[in-house]
Ligand binder design. Structure first.
Ligand code: UD1
Ligand code: MG
Length: 450
């Protein structure tokens, strides 16, 4: 992307209450592909290498700041005290850019499908055409809710009419504003200071600046964009639609990078999921944030993986759950109904059936028998379990942490291990077996008599 010629600052509007979401969360904190909406918008702006990125928030939106800083560390913030409309929100944002005199790109925090390429095209075209204002337009099949673009001449917008203020004829206009508008900072400052509230709603509309520019003989340049990218999220139903689009993009990317998704539609990826070459993902797998899967690994059906690194050629599932802090080396096998958390597993180790292993370190080629549990929590604190290479843990063992099992040690099935086991030792902890010859037969006879 050629961004070298641009001198831009970005203002992201996110102060709206998001009433239509009916949620205690700020709208931009709702997640798509495991990431809050605002993080997606920041990631779309970052490749433009802006001089400043200012997110406009409403009162009590502290949680958004933390998320924004994680996604874009140089994030700046502005406060819009009262939600008096998008124009008023941009005015608040401009207070953080008092001396800036380049291009100001305004985007909405509720359009998380925007791509860097589209934003870059908007700025490039604006520059080529020497326009004072440029905006992204689209032609959706259902334009409900979007501002309609009134154009006298192709590609130049005289006015944007909000859906709720539009006449029947205006509602029938095919082009709408998709969110995303770029201004010369000087015009934007001047325009905002002259902005008056809408007579009908008392809100200051950012879109009114388009009419002002036209009145100055500078109609806004319209740059077309794809309909999907423009999807604005105002309701839960729209959130789900956008999720579907995002998932399609992520699946296509994973496939392009060399992963096989046997049934793409049933695999859910996070925005940051990394699948290596020749990874095979069977149907019905969910990836949460922070997952890296090494080359050639196979993820079998109904597995749920989050915050985990899986080594090359590992085999996971079916029905495995990998929780944050799980790091598996190459060729590790994790089978059905196994849960791992904060655990490192060295090359070739196997945990194949019905186990919970948490806060543990498992050595190379260790075999963990069915039903093994690390008892890592004593009700107050978490404790670690360390198992040396080539150890064999018999089925249904409880490892009461903190505890260490040395290299090559063998634990007998059904043991409750509370003390460290030295290398190459055999440890068994269970009561001796009683066998009474003929006892079963006598028992049956007694029952028949009574
Ligand atoms: C807006 C546009 C509409 C466009 C559509 C694209 C206006 C007046 N309308 O409509 O033309 O087609 O987006 O998705 O701009 N916000 C604030 N402070 C406020 C009000 C809003 O920060 O006082 C923020 C919201 O958090 C949101 C964004 O601005 O991120 C847009 O507001 P929203 O209410 O979603 O506008 P739309 O009705 O979607
Ligand atoms: Mg909106």
């Amino acid at each position: 992307m050629d961004t070298t010629t641009q001198n831009c600052a970005v203002i992201i509007l996110a102060a709206g209450k998001g009433t239509r979401m009916r949620s205690a969360l700020p709208k931009v904190m709702h997640r798509l592909a495991g990431q809050p909406m605002i993080a997606h918008v920041l990631s779309a702006c970052a490749p433009l290498q802006p001089q400043a990125v200012v997110t406009v928030l409403g009162p009590g939106m502290e949680s958004v700041k933390e998320t924004a800083r994680k996604a874009y560390p140089a994030s700046q913030f502005a406060l819009q005290r009262e939600q008096k409309g998008t124009g008023d929100a941009v005015r608040a944002g401009m207070e953080a850019l008092p001396d800036f005199d380049g291009e100001v790109l305004v985007v909405y925090g509720d359009t998380p499908l925007l791509t860097p390429d589209t934003l870059n095209t908007l700025l490039q075209r604006k520059k080529e055409q020497g326009a004072c204002v440029a905006l992204l337009g689209m032609r959706p099949s259902d334009p409900t809710g979007y501002g309609r673009l009134v154009m006298q001449k192709a590609d130049y917008v005289e006015r944007i009419v909000e859906c709720r203020d539009a006449t029947a004829a205006e509602k029938a206009l095919p082009w709408v504003w998709g969110g995303g508008m770029a201004f010369n900072a000087e015009f934007l400052r001047r325009g905002l200071s002259g902005l008056t509230p809408s007579a009908r709603t008392q809100e200051y509309y950012l879109t009114a600046l388009v009419e002002m520019a036209a009145a100055e003989g500078e109609p806004a340049l319209m740059v077309p964009m794809g309909v999907e990218e423009a999807m604005g999220i105002n309701t839960r139903a729209q959130l789900a639609e956008a999720e579907a689009v995002m998932q399609q993009r992520l699946r296509a990317r994973a496939q392009a990078e060399g992963a096989t998704l046997v049934d793409p539609a049933s695999v859910f990826l996070a925005a940051d999921t990394k699948l290596g070459q020749d990874v095979v993902v069977q149907p019905f797998v969910t990836f949460g944030p922070g997952v890296v899967i090494g080359d050639g690994a196979e993820i079998r059906s109904f597995s749920h993986i989050e915050g985990a690194h899986v080594g090359a050629d590992a085999v996971i599932g079916p029905f495995a759950r990998l929780r944050p802090g799980t790091v598996l080396d190459a060729e590790v096998h994790v089978g059905n109904f196994v849960e791992l958390k904060q655990t490192q597993v060295a090359r070739g180790a196997k945990i194949n059936h019905l186990s919970y292993v948490g806060d543990a370190e498992i050595g190379e080629a260790v075999n963990i028998g069915a039903g093994t549990i690390t008892c890592n929590y004593d009700g107050l604190h978490k404790h670690r379990t360390v198992i040396g290479a080539h150890a064999f843990i018999g089925s249904n063992t409880s490892l009461v942490a903190p505890v260490a099992v040395g290299e090559g040690a063998v634990i007998g099935a059904g043991s409750v291990i509370t003390e460290d086991v030295p290398a190459d030792a055999l440890a068994v902890e269970r009561s001796g077996q009683q066998v009474k010859p003929g006892g079963a037969k006598r028992l049956r006879e007694r029952r028949r008599e009574s």
